[in-house]
Design a protein around this ligand. Sequence first.
Ligand code: SF4
Ligand code: ZN
Length: 340
Amino acid sequence: MVRNCSACGTQRASVKRPKTGAAVCKECFYQQFETEIHDTITSHSLFNRGDRVAIGASGGKDSTVLAYVLSLLNKRHDYGLDLFLLSVDEGITGYRDDSLEAVHKNKVEYDLPLLVVDYRTLYGWTMDEIVSVIGKKSNCTFCGVFRRQALDRGAVQLKADKVATGHNADDMAETVLLNFLRGDFPRLSRCVDAVTGRDSALPRVKPFKYTYEKEIVMYAYFKKLHYFATECIYSPNAYRGYARQFLKDLEAVRPSAILDVIRSAEQLTFPPPGSKDTAMPVQKTCERCGYITSQRLCKACVLTDSLNNGTAADVNRKSRPGRVKNQSEAQVGHAVKAKE
Ligand code: SF4
Ligand code: ZN
C-alpha cells in the first residue's frame, strides 16, 4: 500500500527514517534532517556570529555531509560564519590520496577554501613510513596524536575560532561503550560533549552529535554528494568493531538505542559525587613545538623522537589503550578514530 508522507501528508512517502521509523517523502526527510542539526547547533550554542570555522574534512561521508549542511544552514539561518575545509594528509597511499580527491571536489562544489596539512611536513614521517617501522598494531596511536595536533595547527593557520568535526551519534555511542568497557570514567562523561575545550583557544564542535550514521548515508546518497567510502588500509579497529556491531544489533531491535546510550552518558558526572579526586593536570606548552601539554614535551614530539631514535616500538608498548596517565595521553584515545 502506498503511504503518504507522515509530515506533509501530500507527497508519497519514499523514506523510512532509521532514527524515528517515520515514513516521509524526500523533501520532508531533508527538512527534518537539516532542522535537527540546526537545533543541535542552537541548543548547544556551537557557534557565535562571526566565527571562523574549520571543518575537519576527510572526504568521507560524515565530513562531506557536514560541509554541505553547514554551508546550507549558514545561509538559511544567517549564522554569519566563515567556513573553511581543513584536511589532514597522513600519507597513506591508496586511501588518503583518494579521499583527498573527494575533498578537492567538495571545495569546488561548496565554494569553500581548503587547507591541507600533512604529516610529512609537520613530523617528517608519513603513516606509510611509520607503519613500515612499527607495524600495524599501534599505528593508530601515532596517527591519532599526530592528527589531533595537525588539525589544531591547520586551524591556527586558518585563524579559525573553532574546529567542526563529523562525529555522528553512532560514533558517540560507540565511544561511550568503549570507555565503559575500558573503565575509563573521566572520558566516559566527557565523550558525549557537543563542544570540547569550550574555554580553550580552539574548541571542537560536533553538530552531528544526535545524527544517525544511516541517515547521513541516506542524505548523501539522495543529494548525490561526492565522498570516498573506503576504510583506512591500516584500520585495526578490532575492539571498536565489537562495540559497533553490538550497537548495530541493539539498533536493529530498538532504533532509539543509539540515542539512549548517548543520553545515559550525558547524565554521568566525573568525578562522582563525594569523590576527592578532582585534580586535572596543569597545562603547559611543549618546550620544543609550543603545543599544549601537561608534560615537558607534547605527545607528538615524544612520538616523533621515538621514531627518529628507533625506540618507537617501546613507546608503542607503553601506550596501550586503557592506560591513561595524563591529559595528553587521554587525548590520544579521543583522537584515535578511523573515520577522519
Ligand atoms: Fe590513522 Fe585512522 Fe588509519 Fe588508524 S585507521 S592509521 S587512526 S587514518
Ligand atoms: Zn611538541
